[in-house]
Design a protein around this ligand. Structure first.
Ligand SMILES: Cc1cc2nc3c(=O)[nH]c(=O)nc-3n(C[C@H](O)[C@H](O)[C@H](O)COP(=O)(O)OP(=O)(O)OC[C@H]3O[C@@H](n4cnc5c(N)ncnc54)[C@H](O)[C@@H]3O)c2cc1C
Ligand code: FES
Length: 332
């Protein structure tokens, strides 16, 4: 059965019933993957036409929807080729492969970053390779498992996470009340597609809401470590001035990257003259009428990520250049 692969139009001969990701790999086509289980979204591609069936359609991260151009979003690792078809895979220069693994980490530091945000540092038993912006599933006990984003870089040795306590939250309650230095945490990952793209000169917009700053810090640190000179405008949205954290880290990064501009926007006004007031999306809308040619990384609460995505598309950023990991609540 013929599978045509865009953007370059390769034609593959694939047996009916073959897994799409396996077929692409066997023919040497570059496609990012990680979990191989339909969880991370890394292997996302588009079905333009034809017969591909997606397993695990009941999973929240297995998109079924038809996009604006009439294609259907697919997870290649969960898709079975049933008939001739045309699919589109992301640009080859975007591909990263960090096979997901499970390893043990030992808690080496626990600190309060704000009244409700904790820093957790883990020393992994083996190095974890990941791209800046990705996240991992942290299993504190068999009943306390949640995704959290890495704030630093893989070469830093220890893994760092920033966790905001959610009122009545099961796992964040456990972290606040029971987690202690020396505890073992199971780390599965890396996961996620909102990782830093390094092979382009496009200006970069980063929008972080709350602890969405963690992956955004990793992205900016990664850009500096990779020697990128792309302009970066980082918006950090908080609810009130007491939610601000990491400002010293941000200032230090701004000194190392002369084209990094940082705006902190608080919904509730404060006394600090450097603090802008309003919603982070309002600030971006005020600052930019046209963002054509930019790439954007969005991390934080789902309503912010959804509103920012709509705004950025409206301002001219291509849909496939908006990389987002919204902090959706877990269902279990
Ligand atoms: C890809 C990804 C990356 C993430 N990275 C981070 C991170 O780096 N730092 C971080 O702090 N969180 C992050 N999260 C959110 C995190 O995984 C948990 O959802 C969050 O810590 C709450 O867990 P809980 O068990 O305490 O709350 P639950 O017991 O699951 O939920 C308790 C109540 O709070 C609501 N709720 C759950 N999460 C939130 C939230 N984030 N905001 C508001 N209400 C919520 C639920 O709907 C429920 O009503 C990420 C989520 C995803 C999907
Ligand atoms: S590799 Fe397919 S969803 Fe993770």
């Amino acid at each position: 059965m013929e599978v045509r692969v865009l953007p370059h139009g390769q034609r593959l001969d694939v047996p009916q019933g073959e897994n799409l990701l396996s077929a692409l790999q066997q023919h040497g086509l570059p496609i990012s993957y990680s979990c191989m289980a339909g969880r991370c979204g890394t292997c996302r591609c588009r079905l333009i036409e034809g017969d591909v069936r997606q397993a695990g359609d009941n999973h929240a991260d297995a998109p079924n929807d038809i996009d604006q151009q009439g294609g259907r979003q697919l997870l290649a690792c969960q898709s079975i080729v049933m008939g001739p078809c045309t699919i589109e895979i992301p640009e080859p220069d975007e591909v990263v492969v960090h096979p997901a693994r499970i390893l043990k980490g030992t808690v080496t530091a626990l600190a309060d970053l704000t009244h409700d945000i904790k820093l957790i540092r883990l020393a992994p038993a083996k190095p974890l390779s990941f791209s800046p912006g990705q996240y991992a599933m942290l299993q504190f006990t068999p009943d306390h498992i949640r995704p959290y984003s890495m704030a630093r870089l893989p070469g830093d040795g220890e893994l760092e996470f920033h966790v905001r306590t959610v009122a009545g939250g099961r796992v964040t309650g456990y972290i606040r009340e029971q987690l202690k230095i020396g505890d073992t945490v199971r780390v599965s990952g890396p996961l996620g597609t909102s990782y830093l793209r390094t092979r382009n000169d496009d200006p970069i917009l980063c929008i972080a809401g709350g602890t969405g700053l963690a992956p955004v810090l990793s992205i900016v640190r990664g850009a500096i470590a990779a020697g990128l000179s792309n302009p970066i405008h980082l918006y950090f949205g908080i609810r009130s001035p007491r939610d601000a954290y990491g400002l010293d880290w941000l200032n230090e990064l701004a000194q190392r990257h002369p084209r990094l501009r940082i705006d902190v926007i608080s919904t509730v006004p404060g006394n600090d003259r450097d603090l802008r007031t309003g919603l982070v999306t309002e600030a971006v809308a005020q600052d930019y009428g046209d963002l054509t040619g930019w790439r954007a990384y969005l991390c934080g609460a789902p309503p912010m990520v959804e509103a920012a995505t709509a705004l950025l598309r409206d301002r001219g950023i291509r849909g496939d250049h908006i990389y987002a990991d919204a902090f959706y609540a877990s269902s279990a």
